[in-house]
Design a protein around this ligand. Structure first.
Ligand code: UD1
Length: 418
């Protein structure tokens, strides 16, 4: 296992190029299961999670090749319809194959994800939605076995909470269903819109793009896709916050500032200078940041996937800040590790109260999940002394070449074998 060694308290300076979004690439890759042919997906990041979903597609009979950041996937000969426990347990998003397999083959067998580091994270909305579209569902040996007699039927699906992968699964199921499907309280994350655009380019009929009410009129067949993965807004946010926390000035390029409305407003309120220009954001810190409060919300609210990183920034802010997590329970695992670095944080239910201090101190800490790991990197970059982060495989699930990108910004960081 690798660990990350950071010698902190060096300002970041330079330019960082943002990769394609993990959470967009995963559903785009899953959607290639819908119809035979060679599909082309541009701007795909090379991550542990994208490799996992490609391994899953291979087990189903798909072929793929990569040319630079362009991924070509052929799904002519699907001969399996199962996502095994071994794959789903390493990546919950494997559940994204359920909708397309059911739509194309009329059957799917997908392992239940089970426990997860950031709370229970059930998939009941996915299942209820497919059930409303006429799928027969049974639970056997920890697997969801789903089937349809002839074809999925359009139906009305309402989410109690807007679920991102739930919306994506139902969308992919609905594009080939007979009749009209309405998704109410749909997730509006940009990654959902990226999928809507891909499906539309394949011949799907979808109304309500970017809204919380998606209306899908099923078609009989689709054509292969050519689509570009949107820039990773969470990676973008992580580098902006890293510069805010460690200090310095950086130009974050190949991103989409419009996908980060809540974060940019909050960072400006904290006193950072944020200048948007086309697909770049210039961030710099002139003085100590001021405390701000945040509450995670579905898009366009503040993303839960940036909550941990923002907490590292607030650990060094002037004043008290309150960070409330409303999307996932148990998403404060980074707090114990940040405290090892000197942060003053108290948890009260789903809120964390952070009293900003002048300086964090390097320590040995442990990565527990993807975004928690990112928060420890951010803190380590700012901390005096050396921070050693173990279990960094979590980071490699979602950040393309983080070490190389940080080194290019002047950070003193490297990987070592544990
Ligand atoms: C996606 C993202 C993840 C992000 C999250 C919230 C991907 C691959 N992952 O995860 O990075 O943190 O959105 O923005 O895109 N829920 C249920 N039942 C369900 C489904 C969800 O109760 O069947 C609840 C969840 O427990 C959570 C909320 O709905 O409280 C939102 O979760 P959801 O949007 O589904 O998260 P994911 O799609 O798993």
């Amino acid at each position: 296992m690798d660990k990350l060694i950071i010698e902190g308290a060096h300002k970041l300076q330079g330019e960082v190029r943002i990769s394609g979004a993990k959470n967009a690439a995963l559903p785009l890759i899953a959607a290639t299961l819908l119809t035979p042919g060679w599909h082309v997906i541009h701007n795909v990041p090379d991550l542990r999670d994208t490799r996992t979903i490609l391994a899953l597609l291979e087990t189903l009979g798909a072929e793929w090749k990569k040319e630079g950041t362009t991924l070509l996937i052929n799904t002519d000969s699907l001969n399996k319809f199962e996502a095994s426990y071994d794959l789903v347990k390493t990546m919950r998003a494997s559940i994204l194959v359920l909708g397309p397999l059911l739509a194309r083959l009329g059957k799917a067998r997908v392992s239940l994800p089970g426990g997860c580091a950031i709370g229970a994270r059930p998939i009941d909305f996915h299942l209820q939605g497919l059930n409303n579209m006429g799928a027969n569902l049974a639970l056997e040996d920890g697997y969801v076995e789903a089937s349809v007699v002839t074809r999925l039927m359009g139906g009305t699906v309402y989410f109690d909470i807007p679920s991102v992968t739930g919306t994506e699964n139902i969308l992919m199921a609905a594009v080939l269903a007979k009749g009209e499907t309405v998704i109410k309280n749909a997730a509006r994350e940009p990654e959902v819109t990226n999928l809507v655009d891909m499906l539309t380019s394949m011949g799907a009929r979808i109304k309500g793009r970017d809204s919380d009410r998606l209306i899908i009129r099923g078609v009989k067949s689709l054509k292969p896709a050519v689509v570009t993965t949107i820039p990773d807004r969470i990676e973008t946010g992580t580098y902006l916050i890293a510069v805010g926390t460690a200090g310095g000035e950086a130009n974050v390029t190949h991103c989409n500032p419009a996908h980060l409305p809540a974060l940019l407003e909050k960072l400006r309120a904290s006193g950072l200078s944020i200048k948007e220009s086309g697909d770049s954001i210039l961030v710099s810190r002139q003085a100590r940041v001021q405390s701000i409060d945040i509450k995670t919300q579905p898009y366009p609210g503040f993303p839960t996937d940036l909550q941990a990183q923002l907490m590292s920034l607030m650990s060094l802010a002037n004043g008290l800040s309150v960070v409330s997590e409303t999307i996932f329970e148990n998403r404060f695992m980074h707090v114990a590790e940040l405290k090892r670095m000197g942060a003053e944080i108290k948890i009260n239910g789903n809120s964390a109260i952070i009293k900003g201090i002048e300086q964090l101190k390097g320590a040995r800490v442990m990565a527990t999940d993807l975004r928690a790991s990112a928060s420890l990197v951010v803190a380590g970059l700012a901390a005096r002394g050396v921070t050693e982060i173990s279990r960094i495989y979590h980071l490699e699930r979602g950040y393309e070449d983080m070490v190389g990108k940080l080194q290019a910004l002047g950070a003193k960081v490297h990987k070592e074998k544990e």
